[in-house]
Design a protein around this ligand. Sequence first.
Ligand SMILES: Cc1cc2nc3c(=O)[nH]c(=O)nc-3n(C[C@H](O)[C@H](O)[C@H](O)COP(=O)(O)OP(=O)(O)OC[C@H]3O[C@@H](n4cnc5c(N)ncnc54)[C@H](O)[C@@H]3O)c2cc1C
Length: 534
Amino acid sequence: QQVSSQGEGGAHAGSKGFSLPYMTSNVEEVSGKSFDYIVVGGGASGCPLVATLSQKYSLLLIERGGSPFNNPMISEATNFGLPLIQTDEFLSIAQRFVSEEGVMNLRGRVLGGSTAINNGFYSRASEDYVKKLGWDKKLVREAYEWIESKVVFQPNDLTEWQSIVKDSLVHAGGLPYKGFSLEHMPGTKVGGSIFDRNGKRHTAADLLAYGNLDRITVLLNATVKNVIFHNNGSGSKPEASGVKFIKSNGNGDQVYEVYLSRRKDTESRGDVILSAGALGSPQILLLSGIGPYEQLKHFNISPIVDATEVGKGIKDNPCFRLSLDSPKTPRSDITQVVGVTKDSQIIIQSAIGYITNNETTLKVAAKLAYPVSQGKLELKNIDPRQNPLVRFNYLFEEKDLDQCVRMGHLLEKIAQSNLIISYLGSEQNENAELSTEEELRELCKTDVQTYCHYHGGSSIGSVVDKDYKVYGVNRLRVLDGSTLPDAPGTNPMATLLMLGRYQGIKILDERDHNSFTCFPEHGGQYTTYSVPEM
Ligand SMILES: Cc1cc2nc3c(=O)[nH]c(=O)nc-3n(C[C@H](O)[C@H](O)[C@H](O)COP(=O)(O)OP(=O)(O)OC[C@H]3O[C@@H](n4cnc5c(N)ncnc54)[C@H](O)[C@@H]3O)c2cc1C
């Protein structure tokens, strides 16, 4: 495995000699220009995609947040968790959202996306998952390895807390120890991390340094409102020709535009690619007139495609979390170890996060790896800077609720293991009784939480085709967590980073062989409308 062990393979924020593409927050500088590709959202999938496509094409990456470079709140492992509690409505690094059922959740709002605020735990998807999504196994491996050689690290020693968690997972949880691995597997393992051995975070934005820097422009602090379409003549599908965006700070109400280069030969034109995440991309599709007709009408949005599936099937992995009382205030601690049950249904991990600016809390958490309950995403208003409405319908399906009870049992057993109790030095836990089945069932319903691994909403096979092209229009793709119809089981970041690289290579190959196919191969119920003036 090509994981860097000491940071030599990666470039981290602020390191000397680390060249980055041109970045600007000056909207006027970019407005009116044309690029071969326009990528919206510089997160886990967007950044490797841009780096890869830049080998041959000019790109504009538009990111609603600022730069992660030289920002210790992002780069220092010791600050892990602080940005998650320091949120505001429009400008903070992390943006909070609360699902319709009242569960607090988070999304990244900075170049690097959620990889700039997350726990950094890196684990590949299983071969079964790769097969199920119809991906090319060899290319998937190459793409994982490319990512790993640049921003993934093998932890050196486990922290004291992670070491206790590891032993408790093995002894109390019955999950045998498998050592260090990037592969998803049952048992207890140490995984990869985007934090290096010096405690520096390497976000997806670091990957931009490996592209052709002369061909990449990054526009920061600009929020994309919608995609611009034009008609190529009667009978042809609406074609994306650019995007409209506004300043993220809301100053002024001016709307700016950028365009796709209009080469004479249509075969050699690029695409607008939405990589704005599981909330951002479906929201932009809806704001662009691609969504259920009734919803578009309600918000007075001129319809481009009556795409009933946009926003549907969004899922979040329900999480059962226990906060442990500790007499000491431990230092914040990122996840290095996970436990996976034999049937791969439950994943357990622990981190120490901030609850106030100077107080931390120890948490152990179990996540349901493959939830079946699905929700939906809809517009709340037409402001792209605000969160859309999202309901995940956590534990709606009985099967998920049963698994949640199982998670509760296992987690309580681990949290009350001798190892953890003696570390905490608290006597109250020692005599604590385990909850009954009924109590856990109730707790699951009232206390369900999130791991922030939400996905779906513009899924492959229903909103995009196997090449991530949006059904019903030309030159528009979506590539990020919103396209995953099911969770990768393990933590999703590795797979979403991989997907950006993987699909970037596929697009380069596709264009080399000049075999553009603009027609859906399956799925995709849609009606297209003629393009109105916007
Ligand atoms: C707190 C937290 C902890 C996590 N821990 C882990 C972990 O340890 N391991 C793991 O594997 N996964 C973890 N995850 C999940 C993982 O980080 C995400 O699944 C992954 O980053 C999603 O990738 P993405 O490309 O779909 O979206 P993102 O990485 O979120 O990127 C989307 C980007 O689009 C931008 N954007 C959105 N809308 C617009 C717009 N209108 N205009 C311009 N830009 C826009 C956003 O600002 C963002 O930069 C965690 C997530 C969170 C929030």
